[in-house]
Design a protein around this ligand. Structure first.
Ligand SMILES: N[C@@H](CS(=O)O)C(=O)O
Ligand SMILES: [Fe+2]
Length: 240
């Protein structure tokens, strides 16, 4: 499968090239409900060539209706949760992320995948960073002591964007790293994420030193059912 874009986005390493450009198409008909969105995504990802703008437009044209996605939206008091909605025939993972007040992710990459993110409820702030200088300190496993060991340089911030209800954002590793947070101290936020290809671990970065470590990403629930405690307690790239 090849994923194309009208933008001049240069992709790194394993990501497919953008050479075969194909015009973005508007959805054939308006998306009516989450099930309809999922069917449309299956149809799109059946093709050998997938256009990034087209996927974004289709996701944007779905108007969030909590009745559609409530059964997937399972919150935790302490950190954001990742709730699997659909496995996209192996081509993509579609999931709902639930963010309590002040919850956020650590700075992370997306494991060479394409990442689409649509707001279903509330607002999220996305802060983007450049990749740390290559050759910078790379960490083996987690450094649990919480300090930055005084090495490396702070990551350089390149943008800040607020994503509001029904907005769709897109990132891949060639565009940098990001962290996402729910800026509200009182309201939850819910977002729908599509990752292609699916991935089960990514890199997280210490914002002050650029140090990198691997982080498995797991699901809090799958298709509306909470996964067992052991699997749940594994990590997310969370920030608090
Ligand atoms: N990429 C993150 C969510 S976000 O902070 O973009 C994840 O899949 O857990
Ligand atoms: Fe992310």
């Amino acid at each position: 499968m090849e994923i194309t874009s009208m933008q001049d986005v240069r992709l790194r390493s394993k990501l497919p090239s953008y050479e075969a450009l194909r015009p973005a198409q508007t959805p054939d008909s308006p998306i009516n409900g989450l099930d309809n969105l999922i069917s449309e995504l299956h149809r799109i990802f059946r093709d050998d060539v997938v256009n990034i703008e087209h996927v974004s437009e289709v996701m944007a044209s779905y108007q969030s209706n909590p009745a559609d996605w409530k059964k997937f939206a399972k919150f935790d008091r302490f950190r954001y949760t990742r709730n699997l909605v659909d496995e996209g025939n192996g081509k993509f993972n579609l999931m709902i992320l639930c963010w309590g007040p002040d919850h956020g992710s650590a700075v992370h990459d997306h494991a060479d995948a394409h990442c689409f993110m649509k707001m279903l409820q509330g607002t999220l702030s996305e802060v983007r960073f450049s990749w740390p200088d290559q050759g910078g300190a790379e960490e083996q496993g987690h450094d649990d002591d919480g300090d930055d060991d005084g090495e490396g340089r702070p990551l350089e911030e390149i943008s800040r964007t607020d994503l509001c209800l029904n907005d769709v954002g897109y990132i891949n590793d060639s565009m940098g790293l990001h962290r996402v947070e729910n800026p509200s101290h009182s309201d939850p936020a819910v977002s729908l994420h599509l990752y292609s290809p699916p991935f089960s671990s990514c890199s997280v970065f210490n914002q002050r030193t650029g140090r990198r470590s691997q982080c498995p990403v797991t699901f809090w629930s799958k298709r509306g059912k909470k996964v067992d405690k052991e699997a749940r307690s594994a990590t997310t790239p969370e920030d608090n």
